[in-house]
Design a protein around this ligand. Sequence first.
Ligand SMILES: NC(=O)C1=CN([C@@H]2O[C@H](COP(=O)(O)OP(=O)(O)OC[C@H]3O[C@@H](n4cnc5c(N)ncnc54)[C@H](O)[C@@H]3O)[C@@H](O)[C@H]2O)[C@@H](O)CC1
Ligand SMILES: Nc1ncnc2c1ncn2[C@@H]1O[C@H](COP(=O)(O)OP(=O)(O)OP(=O)(O)O)[C@@H](O)[C@H]1O
Ligand SMILES: [Mg+2]
Length: 298
Amino acid sequence: MENTLQLVRNIIPPLSSTKHKGQDGRIGVVGGCQEYTGAPYFAAISALKVGADLSHVFCTNAAAPVIKAYSPELIVHPVLDSPGAAHEVEKWLPRLHALVVGPGLGRDDALLENVKGILEASKARDIPVVIDADGLWLVAQQPALIQGYRKAVLTPNHMEFSRLYDAVFRGPVDSDDRHGSVLRLSQALGNVTVVQKGEHDILSDGQQVLVCSQEGSSRRCGGQGDLLSGSLGVLVHWALLAGPEKTNGSSPLLVAAFGACSLTRQCNHQAFQKHGRSTTTSDMIAEVGTAFSKLFET
Ligand SMILES: NC(=O)C1=CN([C@@H]2O[C@H](COP(=O)(O)OP(=O)(O)OC[C@H]3O[C@@H](n4cnc5c(N)ncnc54)[C@H](O)[C@@H]3O)[C@@H](O)[C@H]2O)[C@@H](O)CC1
Ligand SMILES: Nc1ncnc2c1ncn2[C@@H]1O[C@H](COP(=O)(O)OP(=O)(O)OP(=O)(O)O)[C@@H](O)[C@H]1O
Ligand SMILES: [Mg+2]
């Protein structure tokens, strides 16, 4: 654990007076629909709190005013249910360092079709993508969408992992072999990075398997996974900028994922110390700054 945390510290860009706005990360979150406005908000604000300079949300028309009202810090584009959605997002891609696809996206077929176009455009531009929540639903329907794309990181929870595994192997996960299951899924998808969240997070790039057991708490309120995927959007950008020489030969994306898991769990731990059973994801987001310092700036 400690050795991998040191690698995470190596990829964090120093704060400096000579940098311009945007240099430390311009992140896009694709998600947010009529039902779910919290999830894309949690992901996008987490990216900012971790250290990105700009955070965009690409959501449906109905979700946009709600997300804007949560926060003046986010840039919100109500484009996801428009006929030219993929093109609208594509226009922004040259200005983005990473995309987080899926938090609060929902499973409407027309929306998923638009997101498919966005994923294809991102791949064509070599933009790293973190795929979470309903983005994973889409990938389970069409694994070919991310097959072999080495700049993809998937962050499934228990159910999402089972669904993906079943889609790829046409059979259930062997629950006695979580390490092997994560490794095999990553390999079968052409070495995309897979982060299986749970009591311990299991991470693999198809070569290495890491386990993150940073102490969290027993509080399992919704939205913690969104904090993880939003944070990971920034860390993926930083890790790719730093390159494998800073990660001692380990995959930069794997190191970034380990960082996001550790941070999320540490936020959960700190928030639980203060709020106990009433802890919610907003309380965890309030801990991002101190959790980050404790883990990565010591
Ligand atoms: N405030 C919000 O707007 C939130 C919206 N969310 C969104 O809600 C949508 C659906 O996400 P879900 O995560 O519910 O996805 P799923 O619809 O795939 O459901 C996962 C289900 O599995 C269950 N589960 C989780 N861990 C389990 C385990 N270890 N064993 C057995 N069951 C387990 C959960 O209770 C949940 O009902 C996504 O778009 C997601 O982003 C969530 O992110 C939570 C917060
Ligand atoms: N049993 C557990 N013990 C400790 N930490 C856990 C446990 N289960 C999940 N976590 C942590 O909670 C975070 C979110 O994981 P979870 O499985 O709740 O994601 P999710 O279902 O996608 O969340 P969301 O509600 O945001 O969609 C991860 O950082 C994970 O490490
Ligand atoms: Mg989730």
